[in-house]
Design a protein around this ligand. Structure first.
Ligand SMILES: Nc1ncnc2c1ncn2[C@@H]1O[C@H](COP(=O)(O)OP(=O)(O)O)[C@@H](O)[C@H]1O
Ligand SMILES: [Mg+2]
Length: 327
């Protein structure tokens, strides 16, 4: 951006700390690009020393991503809290470890050790991969950015490489969680040997970027199908975290949590056998439907019938969908 434009933006940001910092970050980036290292370092030092009004260090320096990137990167505002997700003890421990490492990263880096920052989430749909990224980012005070891979890639293949570069450059400078959903779609295109050589090149360059980047926060890739991922993909991630459909004890936990603020006239645990094989997302739909039926009938308590009806409806839907996917 021309310098005049930046100065104008800087003046307009007067009084808005986040915006001000974002513009200064842009100026520093421009100077870096022009190889004016002394000036960019001095600016960085001054910016870092400015007293900040808000608490979270990570959020203070929000760098705007390039306007063109709006098509394929989306900022997600967190709406859930850790109480909203049911995780296995193993995963709870894993995330606590990752958080601890991130919070104390300065100390770990001083000892010359790497931080685990590239995560692969595997598991069937509706098991909380997206939800967990949101909660994880919010817990760490990091903004969450969702990369729409299909838009990133299908834009103009010629531009894809530069889109990928910009995305990673952004994640390197901006402490954030950068979330790539449906990563398997990419992996498959790599594997299937289709003769779209440009697409394959793009996929490979994405993998190389993941390999090389030291993100300021985290890169998370999510996939529904771990079987489709080859070793070349696994090894690029510092940690692989599996999400599964709930087993009986986890289902109990989920149901009790879902109804903790409502009064019910039945024991939801009695329905566990009817709900075998349901994902968390499907369980959520059943519980929500039952609660809504109660509200619509102006009742205070959820009846057994409300819950049973909601399950029958979910069954109907599941049967139909299974038939479709068998075809
Ligand atoms: N582990 C979980 N605990 C509680 N709710 C969940 C869980 N997994 C999924 N859900 C519910 O299902 C919805 C969709 O889940 P999502 O995170 O999008 O699944 P995925 O990304 O694995 O396909 C969530 O918004 C949440 O309401
Ligand atoms: Mg998802």
């Amino acid at each position: 951006m021309a310098r005049g434009e930046l100065v104008k933006k800087l003046l307009l940001s007067y009084g808005h700390e986040d915006e001000f910092r974002a513009v200064v970050e842009q100026i520093i980036a421009e100077e870096e690009k022009k190889n004016n290292r002394v000036l960019s370092r001095a600016l960085r030092k001054t910016l870092d020393n400015l007293k900040s009004g808000s608490q979270t260090k990570a959020l203070n320096r929000l760098i705007p991503f390039p306007d063109e990137a709006n098509d394929y990167i989306q900022r997600i505002e967190p709406t859930h809290s850790p109480n909203d997700i049911i995780l296995t003890d193993e995963n709870i421990e894993l995330f606590q470890g990752l958080e601890e490492e991130f919070r104390r990263s300065e100390m770990i880096k001083r000892h010359g050790l790497p931080i685990r920052s590239k995560l692969l989430f595997c598991g069937p749909p509706g098991t909380g991969k997206t939800l967990c990224s949101e909660i994880f980012a919010a817990q760490l005070g990091l903004p969450l950015f969702y990369v729409k891979l299909d838009s990133l890639i299908s834009s103009f293949l010629g531009e894809t490489a530069s889109n990928i570069r910009k995305t990673f450059e952004f994640a390197r400078r901006q402490p954030c969680v950068l979330f790539f959903d449906e990563f398997d779609a990419l992996a498959r295109s790599r594997e299937e040997g289709n003769d779209h050589s440009e697409l394959r090149r793009v996929v490979n360059s994405l993998l190389i970027f993941i390999d090389q980047i030291q993100p300021g926060g985290f890169i998370i890739a999510a996939t529904n199908m771990d079987a489709h991922l080859d070793a070349a993909i696994w090894r690029r991630f510092d940690e692989v975290i599996w999400f599964d459909n709930p087993d009986e004890p986890m289902m109990k936990k989920y149901l009790n949590n879902a109804f903790k603020n409502t009064s019910i006239e039945f024991d939801p645990e009695k329905f566990i056998l009817n709900l075998k094989g349901y994902s968390y997302a499907e369980l959520e739909r059943v519980c929500t439907q039952a609660i809504k039926a109660t509200l619509l009938n102006r009742r205070k308590k959820i009846l057994r019938k409300d819950f049973k009806d909601a399950i029958s409806n979910a069954e109907r839907r599941k049967k139909r969908l299974n038939r479709l996917s068998d075809k």
